[in-house]
Design a protein around this ligand. Sequence first.
Ligand code: COA
Length: 336
Amino acid sequence: MSELQRLTITPKTDPPKRAASQDPSPVSEIKRVKLSDGRLQPAAEPEGSLPFPEKPAVLEERNGQIEFRVMPLEVIGGITFREFRDRAFGEIVFFAVSSHQQVKGYGAHLMAHLKDYVKATSPVMRFLTYADNYATGYFLKQGFTKNITLEKSVWMGYIKDYQGGTLMQCSMMPHIRYLETTLAKIRSLSKSHVVVAPIDPLSIHAIRATGWSPDMDELARVPRRGPHFNELRRFLYQIQNHKQEWPFLNPVNRDEVPNYYNVITSPMDLSTVEERLEHDSYAASKNLVDDLKLIFSNCRQYNNATTVCTKCAVKLEKYMWTLIKEIPEWYELLEE
Ligand SMILES: CC(C)(COP(=O)(O)OP(=O)(O)OC[C@H]1O[C@@H](n2cnc3c(N)ncnc32)[C@H](O)[C@@H]1OP(=O)(O)O)[C@@H](O)C(=O)NCCC(=O)NCCS
């Protein structure tokens, strides 16, 4: 099994070293240690502290997760990877930077660090990852491509397959030190070393003329989506793409089924669930799952058990519970 290691950052003088690699894990084993949001649950107690040759920032890796902190010490992001040494590739399993710290360069920095680290410590020269469709632009900028040149036989069945994501590959160059390259690029473009006194934007006529106010800035910084949005969207997407979803896609038509709304007092359908999700109406996964359960119970209440609709409801509900079981954080939603 490829292993998840703990290592801490130590000064340059320490040579890199790492526990020897082992055979890649089958997917079932990966599932056992991977949480639904991509975080990894420790599969076993790590072997000990391992040094890393550079300390470009405050970075710490534990259990296969690299944490990246800025001062004052605050975890602002992390990346989790799994090596398949014998197959000379690695899977980026989870990667996120806090929403309030995104698009400041931390993601690029962390990726460069990961590339250098993996290159320095293993034979892995390629990464695969299922990129969230909103993040493919970021991955393209980090040298990833949707053109997968790795043979399917090398990776298929070894990495977890996601729906609603795009498989992307990155091939690393042996002679490039990514962190230096990134920092050199930043240094050549940046004026961050020039310290200027804070400027009040409203002292600039052109900014005042736009009608801008600090409140607008605050508003723009508020994340547009709740923290669980992506996970809920992915979950709903899977339900919506199931074969048996068709009876529940839209509200029941009053003209076609005149007495429906006399019988069913709390109607629900998948388009309404999607709309609620888009409007951030679900504070927790439970609320969305409750709406789905309502769809199924309404269906059973109105139709008898032998109808096509009820059969679809039974199958779709069963599929929903299968999906929920795959998400450890949602275990409390499981019913006896
Ligand atoms: C994807 C993610 C990790 C990027 O981290 P980040 O700190 O925002 O990235 P950076 O600031 O280093 O951006 C590097 C470059 O990518 C660009 N970029 C960042 N996010 C992007 C996005 N979603 N789409 C397109 N380009 C993006 C930046 O503008 C920047 O471009 P530049 O080099 O021309 O200036 C972060 O947006 C995130 O956590 N997203 C949510 C989780 C996620 O989607 N993770 C991906 C795993 S599927």
